[in-house]
Design a protein around this ligand. Structure first.
Ligand code: UCC
Ligand code: FAD
Length: 588
């Protein structure tokens, strides 16, 4: 017991101890795995330029961007619907920091880099590495960027026309004065997943070949965008439309006229959201919104699919980036926080908790990079058929799995700061709120699991064959490394179980496979991530930590689909049992 000469808590004196806050430093230099990935994979001629740019950008993030991101959270957008004299004006106000993010995004070429293709097949790895570093500091400006990238991809894929060429130049511009962002309006009140039956918006053809759209878009994010891509049903001269997906066409439109006024749009309200509060997300009434049809009639969903690929990859990048940032902050904090006689860093149980988060993040990072690499190869005409199948399969797999991981890792990460992790003004709760959306928008976990089935069925199994071939190849190259043997054995075993499940399930009803879809997608994710980790750890430049992380990852249940005999729950009796379980005690 120390005898206090003077009380330290009295009147205005609030004690002398203040916990030091966690600080970020250059996220590029702090990211050992990113650096190893670039060192291992980038060809000599591009390595130095990319690394130098990422290191410079990392400094800019710390010195300038991170504070702007915080401003975006603290000053959310607001809507002015009427002016003082009662005129409907529908102006969305965003804070200066949000507007500055737009300029920075253009200057840094965050979209341009993907389309200039200066680094050939590595252009996407370069661009996405930059966005990965940017994301946790960006105040969710990554949301409009994702949709902007997606729109550029759709325009490029459909072939440039007189109407879309200017838009493409702007979406991919490095000049802040020229740069445009795009929205992506698919969701209506009846359905965001089920777009085919949910879309009520009708397009009426005008004499000049353009259209006017009438409908209600229930979620439109970053509605401060310059343009949008959206879906609607073309009405015939009698006003009839075709229902279902086959009735949907894709439209391009700019939002405002020369005076900056919205054209044929009423902003009904801004959404009151759990997170993503930095982003203006609106409900829009389209009341004669002028638009151009850019897909063939009835090919709307198929034409917007390339956008979904890009935005789902961005979602993955944001998920992995959030995990990486919470670990960077958490480990820095653990060096400063002193409890029970030592720093948190010296409490093995605490470090074990963070090590588990690190294993998740490493696996997710490698999957993210693989998808970006495949995208770059596809866009540069270098992808083999096997790689094209993998890109199609791994895009939804990566989105659905990393979204779930991000919620769990970021939640654990908040706990690493104790009560402070729950305090708004630390900025930490924002990370959890913003992680939660990653599992919902751009397709929920179940919808993406069904997308995995869709691509397996549509390719007549070739997508899955590519998966098996590639995993086996990755394991083969690592078989000589004795330290990795337990991991290789675990993946081998999981692959056999998955293979036999797929074999038996093809003889069953589609409803059986549908019930297994989520477990199947999770199994594909875990096995593929394991294979990527083995591959990384088998590299001659790998470190002991790569091996350790791989072994830890492969300790989990890598194949979580099961047949009835293995207590699987996908047969014809399961839905009734599930329903009884869920609805027990609920009247009606
Ligand atoms: O949430 C949104 C924006 C959020 C803000 C941006 C954040 C970005 C991340 C930033 C991080 C910070 S925008 C709304 C997103 N909405 C969705 O993702 C919709 C979810 N629902 C689906 O994905 C459904 O599966 C649908 C809508 C695609 C299902 O439609 P259908 O019409 O029932 O599907 P079909 O009939 O199976 O497919 C129609 C065609 C087929 O091609 P064809 O006709 O040639 O046989 C499919 O193969 O579309 C093709 N298709 C695809 N192709 C469908 N999905 C895909 C796909 N994923 N890839 C390639
Ligand atoms: P529902 O389809 O009603 O889903 C409810 C639940 O049912 C989910 O758990 C889902 O997985 C499950 N489910 C649905 N169908 C099936 C099935 N066949 N089998 C098994 N389970 C199923 N949309 C846009 O178009 N543009 C935007 O800019 C945009 N911004 C958004 C911003 C935010 C912050 C949020 C939260 C959403 C945004 N959305 C946007 C909408 C978003 O894409 C949809 O909310 C999402 O796709 C889910 O659709 P839903 O809300 O209709 O959910």
């Amino acid at each position: 017991r120390e005898a206090a000469e003077q009380p330290i808590f009295f009147r205005s004196s609030i004690g002398s101890f203040f916990q030091e806050r966690p600080q970020i430093s250059n996220p590029f230099y702090e990211d050992a795995l990113l650096q190893k990935y670039l060192k291992r994979n980038l060809p000599f001629e591009v390595k130095d330029a990319i690394k130098a740019d990422l290191a410079r950008f990392g400094e800019r993030l710390v010195s300038e961007v991170d504070a702007l991101g915080r401003q975006c959270e603290k000053n959310p957008p607001h809507l002015q619907q009427y002016d003082a004299w009662g005129h409907r004006v529908d102006r969305i106000f965003t804070c200066p920091a949000w507007n500055r993010m737009k300029e920075i995004s253009a200057q840094e070429g965050l979209i341009a880099a993907g389309y200039e293709r200066v680094h050939g097949e590595w252009s996407r790895v370069y661009q996405m590495s930059k966005i990965y570093l940017y994301s946790p500091s960006a105040g969710l400006y990554t949301c409009p960027l994702a949709m902007t990238d997606g729109a550029a991809k759709v325009i490029e894929s459909l072939g440039m026309t007189e109407i879309t060429e200017n838009a493409f130049q702007r979406l991919t511009s490095r000049d802040p004065q020229q740069f445009w962002t795009s929205g992506q309006w698919m969701t209506e009140r009846k359905g965001g997943s089920d777009v085919g039956s949910g879309t009520e918006t009708i397009a009426h053809k005008q004499a000049d070949g353009t259209y006017k759209l009438y409908g209600y878009k229930w979620f439109t994010s970053a509605t401060d965008a310059n343009m949008t891509l959206t879906l609607a049903r073309v009405a015939d001269p009698e006003g009839h439309t075709l229902q279902g997906s086959r009735g949907l066409s894709l439209f391009f439109a700019t939002l405002r006229d020369e005076k900056g006024e919205l054209k044929g749009i009423e902003v009904q309200r801004l959404k009151d959201k759990l997170g993503t509060r930095q982003v203006p997300t609106a409900e829009l009434l389209l009341d004669g919104f002028p638009a151009h049809r850019i897909s063939a009639e009835g090919r709307g969903v198929a034409s917007i699919a390339s956008m979904l690929t890009i935005t789902r990859i961005h979602n993955t990048v944001s998920a992995v980036a959030a995990m990486r940032r919470i670990i960077q902050l958490g480990r820095e904090y653990a060096k400063k926080r002193f409890v029970f006689g030592k720093f948190l860093k010296e409490h093995s149980l605490h470090v074990q908790t963070m090590a588990r988060m690190e294993v998740e993040t490493r696996a997710a990072f490698l999957l993210m990079m693989e998808v970006c690499r495949l995208l770059g190869r596809e866009e540069n005409g270098l992808a083999s058929p096997l790689e094209l199948h993998l890109l199609r399969l791994l895009t939804p797999v990566a989105k659905l799995y990393t979204g779930k991981q991000a919620v769990s890792v970021v939640s654990e990460g908040l706990e690493c700061f104790g009560g402070q992790g729950y305090m708004e003004d630390t900025g930490l709760p924002t990370m959890l709120r913003d992680a939660q959306v990653l599992t919902i928008w751009e397709g929920t976990t179940n919808i993406l699991s069904l997308d995995v089935l869709r691509c397996m069925i549509k390719s007549h199994g070739q997508v899955l064959e590519a998966f098996f071939t590639d995993v086996k190849e990755k394991l083969r190259t690592a078989k000589g490394k004795s330290a990795l043997r337990p991991a290789v054995t675990a993946i081998d075993g999981a692959l056999i179980r998955l293979g036999s499940f797929v074999q038996t399930s093809t003889q069953r009803l589609p409803s059986y496979t549908e019930l297994a879809a989520r477990d199947l997608a999770f199994s594909i994710a875990r096995i593929y991530m394991g294979a990527l980790m083995v591959d990384q750890a088998a590299w001659e430049g790998a470190s002991q930590t790569d091996i350790y992380a791989t072994l830890r990852w492969c300790e989990q249940d890598l194949c979580c689909v099961a047949t009835k005999e293995q207590n699987g729950c996908y047969d014809s009796e399961s839905p009734a049992a599930d329903t009884a379980l869920v609805y027990e005690g609920m009247p009606g």
